[in-house]
Design a protein around this ligand. Sequence first.
Ligand code: IMP
Length: 433
Amino acid sequence: MSVTCVFGMQWGDEGKGRVVDLLAAQSDIVVRYQGGANAGHTVVVGEERYVLHLLPSGAIQPRTLNVIGNGVVVDPWTLVREVDELEARGVRIQGRLKVSDRAHVVLPYHKRMDVALETLRGADALGTTSRGIGPAYGDKMRRAGLRTADLLKPGRFEPLLRGNLAAWNAILDRAGLEPVDVAAEVAAMTEIAGRLRPLVADTTALLGDAWRAGRRILLEGAQGFALDVDHGSYPYVTSSSTGPSGVSAGTGLPPRALDRVVGIVKAYTTRVGAGPFPTLDTGLAGRHMAQRGHEFGATTGRPRACGWFDGVVARRAVATQGVDAAALMKLDVLSGLPELQVCVAYELDGRRLDAPPAWAGDWETCRPVYETWPGWEEDLGAVRRFEDLPAAARRYVRALQDLMGTRVEMISVGAERERFIALPGGVPDEVAA
Ligand code: IMP
């Protein structure tokens, strides 16, 4: 399979970086196609732990070419910092990174606007990562954005910026925040443009040529399906199309270029930021998941709320994004819980729902319909074959596979690279759920 997309099927933080790192070892090119520095992908290699926000997680592999596609909103300062940090740790990035000339740029004012808009929302704040994502995509969609190509033309960005800031400064003023100093913003951009220049390329042409030549391309989604701007828990979402449906728009590869879609799903659910979370567990089980799973945001350090597996969300992700196989992450975290709940449907005003409701207010009041499964005590860290899992764990995985309607072909049992179980063909039929 030469073109594979990996994406998150929940509210982000499913452990995508880990799977991308594994698949990147068999890829020539690794591509980010949406989102920005709001992502936080963690990869553990031996004693080393890398957290990447903007670079594809595949960058840790020594030989891949790394591409930041046109659908990404690029914070050039974060990008340069990540490149410098990796280089300082001995991971060579120079010469292995290309940034689309059509990618929009996140400027310091976008971050300030993110904070200002959250402040003005008051109790209805979305809980964004404050990385300027919404305002940058907002500028893009209202056709007032600045792209990396603009940044490289000194006479071009200043008038664009002045036009934008006239409107934005009025909002900052209302939120009680200092207006943006245009001259300072222009000076900062002029400085960073020099670092970006050697990286910027027509990545659409590059990827199209690579696809036609049969090169192995891995597309790396950020955030997750339930944060998708169209299919997620709107407005408690991010501002991009997080799944494979965003690949074509965000790279210029034709939709039919995709050969395989791998959905990443955690064995339970976590969420940062505001919005619906019907399977939230604020009791012992939720605390167990938070502690054993080290559930703190890789970007913001915020604690993640934890709860049971939400089959309604996962099934919708499979149905709308065309998932060929799922990777089930962090199964080891559930060891020690006497019973496991799995949400198979929602109940809203006495009605059973098999899909999430459109309105976030309804979604928030949905009650999960649970099936209960027996837990297991054993530590799973050393297990490498599905048959060696405790029977209760095998049945749990089978139940999730049946519920999602896609094969579970990979299971992670720990953060380290080697701690996973490969399961080609999915959970066998003899394991009855
Ligand atoms: P934004 O993407 O910063 O605008 O944030 C919008 C929503 O998406 C908030 O609920 C964030 O917590 C959430 N979000 C954004 N990026 C991630 C991520 O990488 N993992 C988990 N949640 C995220």
